[in-house]
Design a protein around this ligand. Structure first.
Ligand code: NAD
Ligand code: WQD
Length: 338
């Protein structure tokens, strides 16, 4: 199949791109490189020995989208492009509504105009907000999302749902990722955040590699087994395989579907620290800090719907994720910037 990956140079997009190429699909990447590097794409080409087209541009550019769909007979779109920092979304909500919601609407219009109706959309577990009952099933979505970021993702889910109701040619897979961690086992591609990482694994990795002094553990008084926050960390290569399964599903089914992509297991911040210390063989400098505003105590998936419908299950555990993430970080201490 010929697949268009918006945001294909980003952390998750680049790993999915690699898996798509290895599975024999043709790919086209659209990215504005606002949060990624061309080097990621160069490395995917080197790892796969496959070439793909690149359009540098913005998903909000309707004229460019029209051109992409004119130039290429695209079978399905994997839509990763967007802004993803929860804290920043509170400071700059208009950017988030503009890029995430406006950009997705512009993309959906261009798809409909070109007669392309299959799309996989990157949603997030943050649409579930703060809940007590675990694991989270796809129906658990509260009426009100917890941040502007989560609201934009929920809105785009609803836009695609409405499209499926309006026109039966649409075939939409909403994938709600839990906490993506890890890298391709080659250590050649991985997560390369700009500035200070907002997430646990990249921050801890930068401490381990000596780029930062110590990890702040945000709260040790949560109602969890060791008092620190519990999350469902999922290997980015498992996510990539989930996308291949979703694309395959879309070729055989139409309509709207939502799937959690998680392992179904929760790990605490201290579990992550301990595992990383085992892998690097050295203690990780850390201190207990106050809770981060907006954080929830715990969050993990019920991934059984994806197993039933898509035939997908996460295969890799916390140790695999952190081993692969560490290999990437150690081989590329400054990320793609050498
Ligand atoms: P990322 O920032 O690494 O990748 C996003 C890519 O989109 C980047 O390459 C960026 O340059 C590009 N982009 C941003 N705005 C664009 C625009 N207007 N036009 C064209 N390209 C644009 O993020 P990621 O971690 O790979 O996340 C991919 C998707 O998955 C995002 O939609 C994100 O919200 C979602 N998601 C991520 C996580 C996570 O923790 N990483 C969790 C759940 C969901
Ligand atoms: C994990 C745990 C923190 C950093 C976010 C988004 C979510 C999704 C994934 C995009 C929590 C603790 C963290 C640190 C810490 N992204 N922590 N010190 O908040 O679960 O999810 O990323 O869609 O939408 O909300 O991930 O990695 O930031 O935090 O102690 O320096 O690590 O308190 O318990 P989170 P995270």
């Amino acid at each position: 199949m010929k697949l268009l990956l918006t945001g294909g140079a980003g952390y998750i997009g680049s790993h999915v791109l690699l898996s798509c190429l290895e599975a024999g699909h043709d790919a086209i990447v659209l990215d504005d490189f606002s949060n990624s590097s061309r080097e990621a794409l160069t490395r995917v080409e080197a790892l796969t020995g496959r070439h793909f087209s690149l359009y540098e541009g913005d998903i909000r550019d309707a004229t460019m989208l029209e051109q992409i769909f004119k130039d290429n007979k695209i079978d399905a779109v994997l839509h990763f492009a967007g802004l993803k920092a929860v804290g920043e979304s509170v400071q700059k909500p208009l950017d988030y509504y503009d890029v995430n919601v406006g950009g997705s609407v512009t993309l959906a219009k261009a798809m409909a105009q070109a007669g392309v109706y299959r799309v996989v959309f990157s949603s997030t577990a943050s649409v579930y907000g703060d809940q007590e009952k675990m694991p989270l099933t796809e129906e658990n979505v509260p009426g009100e999302a917890a941040s502007p970021y989560a609201r934009t993702k929920r809105m785009v889910e609803q836009v695609f749902e409405d499209l499926c109701i309006s026109d039966q040619r649409w075939s939409v897979a909403i994938l709600r990722y839990f906490n993506p961690v890890g890298a391709h086992p080659s250590g050649q591609i991985g997560e390369d955040p700009l500035g200070e990482p907002a997430n646990l694994a990249p921050f801890a990795m930068q401490v381990a590699v000596g780029r930062r002094q110590s990890l702040a553990v945000f709260g040790d008084d949560y109602p969890t087994p060791d008092g620190t926050g519990v999350r469902d960390y999922i290997h980015v290569m498992d996510l990539a395989e989930g996308h291949l399964a979703a694309v395959n599903f879309l070729t055989k089914n139409s309509g709207f579907g939502v799937w959690n992509l998680g392992t179904g297991r929760g790990h605490s911040v201290l579990d992550v620290v301990r595992e990383l210390e085992n892998i690097t063989g050295k203690p990780l400098p850390k201190r207990i800090a106050s809770r981060r505003p907006g954080d929830t105590a715990q969050c993990w998936a019920d991934p059984s719907r994806a197993a039933t419908d898509l035939g997908w299950k996460a295969k890799r555990g916390l140790s695999d994720m952190l081993t692969d993430h560490w290999r990437w970080q150690e081989q590329n201490p400054k990320g793609y910037n050498k």
